[in-house]
Write a protein that binds this ligand. Structure first.
Ligand SMILES: C[S@@+](CC[C@H](N)C(=O)[O-])C[C@H]1O[C@@H](n2cnc3c(N)ncnc32)[C@H](O)[C@@H]1O
Length: 196
């Protein structure tokens, strides 16, 4: 079976429109086969969006999929400038469509394998990481995130207990010297580590 993190999914298209409420506002996302959580915004993704503090400056949505985190963050934080990246071309095409569809002017989406196409530092990095790619890859993304954060900036991660939240906490404490559990709900953890 094809992974949702293929760089060029071969799955036949199955274009859909889904809705996602933020307070009084409804965002609309075009989704497709071959991308993560195409039928609805994932529970962990939504928990992340609702757990984040007010953000400003340059923000990276690492592994953006069709864009629910980056677009919501851009919508909620008008002064922020949101970069959205994914290895999956189909996801990036959708994210670009969804940026335009929701009249978002402070976000852009582009292909990047991890940080390969990124040449600046961020105030916040947010990720629902590609767990299925394996620990080695996601731990490398955590380590690289520290390099791509400004001092005082934070990495925010959503991860389920059964997908290894306790060992991710240990790893983040090792890399950053700190890891704060922002939210815990239905086995999902929202973690924050700050570059100090
Ligand atoms: C769990 S999904 C989250 C998608 C989206 N942020 C959401 O919450 O719906 C992880 C995403 O990471 C992307 N991904 C996997 N490996 C990657 C890599 N090396 N660099 C960038 N993105 C990657 C996948 O294509 C996928 O879209």
């Amino acid at each position: 079976m094809e992974h949702y993190y293929s760089s060029e999914p071969k799955a036949s298209h199955d274009i859909n429109t889904i809705q996602y409420s933020i307070g009084e506002h409804t965002l609309e996302f075009t989704t497709d086969a071959g991308v993560f959580s195409k039928s609805r915004v994932d529970f962990g993704t939504s928990l992340m969006i609702n757990s984040l503090p007010k953000l400003q400056g340059k923000i990276l949505d690492l592994g953006c999929g069709y864009g629910p985190i980056g677009i919501s963050v851009a919508f909620l934080n008008h002064d922020a400038c949101v970069y959205m990246v994914d290895i999956n071309k189909r996801a990036i095409d959708l994210a670009q469509t969804n940026i335009v569809k929701n009249n978002i002017e402070n976000a852009k989406a582009f292909i990047s394998d991890g940080f390969s196409n990124i040449d600046s530092k961020f105030n916040s990095i947010i990720t629902n990481p590609p767990i299925r790619a394996g620990k080695k890859i996601i731990y490398r993304l955590f380590e690289q995130s520290r390099d791509y954060l400004q001092l005082g900036g934070s990495l925010y991660i959503v991860i389920q207990k059964k997908q290894g939240a306790p060992s991710a906490i240990k790893k983040l404490e090792e890399i950053f010297g700190n890891c704060n559990v922002l939210t815990k709900k239905k086995g999902y953890f929202i973690l924050q580590s700050t570059k100090i």
